[in-house]
Design a protein around this ligand. Sequence first.
Ligand code: M6R
Length: 370
Amino acid sequence: EKGGWDSFMDKEIHEDPAAVQQTLMGRLSEDGEIQLDEVRIDENELKSIDKIVVVACGTASYAGMVAKYAIEHWVRIPVEIELAHEFRYRDPILTPRTLVVAISQSGETMDTLMALRHAREQGSKVLAICNTQGASIARESDAVLYTHAGPEVAVASTKAFVAQITAAYILGLYLAQIKGTVFRDEIRGTLDQLQAMPRKIQWILDTQVDTIAKAAAQLDDAKSFLFLGRHVGYPVALEGALKLKEIAYTFTEGFAAGELKHGPIALVDEGEPVVFIVPPARGRNILHAKVISGIEEVKARGATIIAVAEEGDPDVDRYADFVFWRPECPTLMSPLVDVVPLQLFAMDMANQKGYDVDKPRNLAKSVTVE
Ligand code: M6R
């Protein structure tokens, strides 16, 4: 059961490292190739794929958004993310060369199931990224890539999210391998980076828990939170915002940091808490400079800054009221670590307010109605 943890959510966040590790296991051969024997779609057919459409809901859709940045970079084909319920009831452009990827922890989300049925009726191949063996979405797809996160009980999805990103990255690298869009050495290097991530997530769990709990204790009466990120930090911001609204019932909005001056900065007032996902600082990363300038802008308007940032980032130290540190890693890998403090923060906020973190009001673990 909970195995000594206060809640399933707490237990499952602490299983984030294992979720990534187990999802990688058995998929890499000794010579560093990706082996996906389980994907029974003909290799030539996969080679001819010219577009990916991800259909999913909630957290699973944010995992898809993260994967878009990586897969487009590696495979050089467009990746679209659609909320399954929106996809189903318009007239999406699908061809036999479109690969539809349905991402679902439970595998029973009706909106996602209806979307994949629709895609198959249009002649597209569907690959499911699913955490539940034999679930409807897995059974009705042409192929399944299981996330091996283990059963997720808490309504708020945590370890499934990092496992979904991992599985989608493996799929992306596999497509790059068979299409030859990335040099072998580079694929190998990226796999090494992925394999280092469980250790990096563990570092957060080992060192940041107290800092995060203290921040939650000081911020628990805030009426609203804004979450901002750029590039892969953007879907992480959306996911952080969803976690907090879902279990702590705090009004949150997540958006792309570049949008600030196009409207949302009007919301920023004295004391408004704003969470920034700060990109890696090293190598004169242009994204880093841009996010820091966003921090400066909202700081100048009196906002309370909460930052998720790379260990020792001097710019962040200068401006942030609260910092959740994460270890150094490449940009594309950063969502796997950046989301972890946000999961812990949402849990601490909910606990602080006395809510049941595992069973938030009005929500079900799997949404089996449209
Ligand atoms: O089981 P699924 O991954 O298909 O579920 C999709 C969403 O309902 C789910 O991620 C939901 O947003 C979570 N409660 C978020 O924590």
